[in-house]
Write a new protein. Structure first.
Length: 178
């Protein structure tokens, strides 16, 4: 007989990659900041201190920052997060010229395109001699650093927008594995 549904339609993801074990070290961070152009410093600092995805950071308006907190709605999940701004991030944000309504801008002072940012980031990582790490790995690094600072899994999930299961997986594969 005929069936009413196609079993091949919406099969779901066949491949699940985990980069949760890939964490930027302090040495990686220093090497990147020492060799990367200045307009790539704020994206790194924002990623490390907020744990947000590249796309959300590239769209982040200055209006999301009130001097003490960053508030945003994540594009992928729709989760609203409110992130207290630590002193290093506050210093970086406060010294950054507001050339656009969007925080992160390229060397011309224009908001990044996703592809333009990815190419510039990759070139800077190569120049810094960093191997095997991506911008997205800064998200897992933020989770790990929050845990090292004493944050609970629930607090980390609230700040980064991860699920508790994802936070646990990141910590189990890197932080707790040490």
């Amino acid at each position: 007989g005929l069936i009413t549904v196609n079993p091949c339609e919406k099969a779901g993801r066949l491949y699940h990659a985990s980069r949760s074990e890939n964490v930027w070290t302090d040495a990686d961070e220093k090497a990147f900041l020492a060799s990367a152009p200045p307009h790539l410093h704020l994206p790194m600092i924002l990623a490390l201190w907020t744990g947000q995805r590249q796309g959300d950071l590239l769209r982040l308006p200055w209006s999301a920052y009130d001097g003490e907190r960053i508030r945003l709605k994540q594009g992928k999940t729709g989760v609203r997060v409110e992130i207290p701004v630590g002193a290093p991030l506050k210093a970086a944000l406060d010294r950054t010229a507001r050339k656009s309504p969007i925080m992160l801008v390229n060397s011309a002072g224009k908001p990044w395109t996703s592809d333009g940012f990815s190419v510039s980031w990759r070139k800077a990582v190569i120049k810094a001699g960093i191997v095997g790490l991506t911008f997205h790995d800064l998200r897992g690094t933020a989770v790990t650093r929050l845990a090292l600072a004493g944050a609970t899994e629930a607090e980390i999930a609230t700040l980064t927008g991860h699920t508790l299961r994802d936070v646990r997986a990141i910590l189990d594969s890197h932080y707790l594995a040490r």
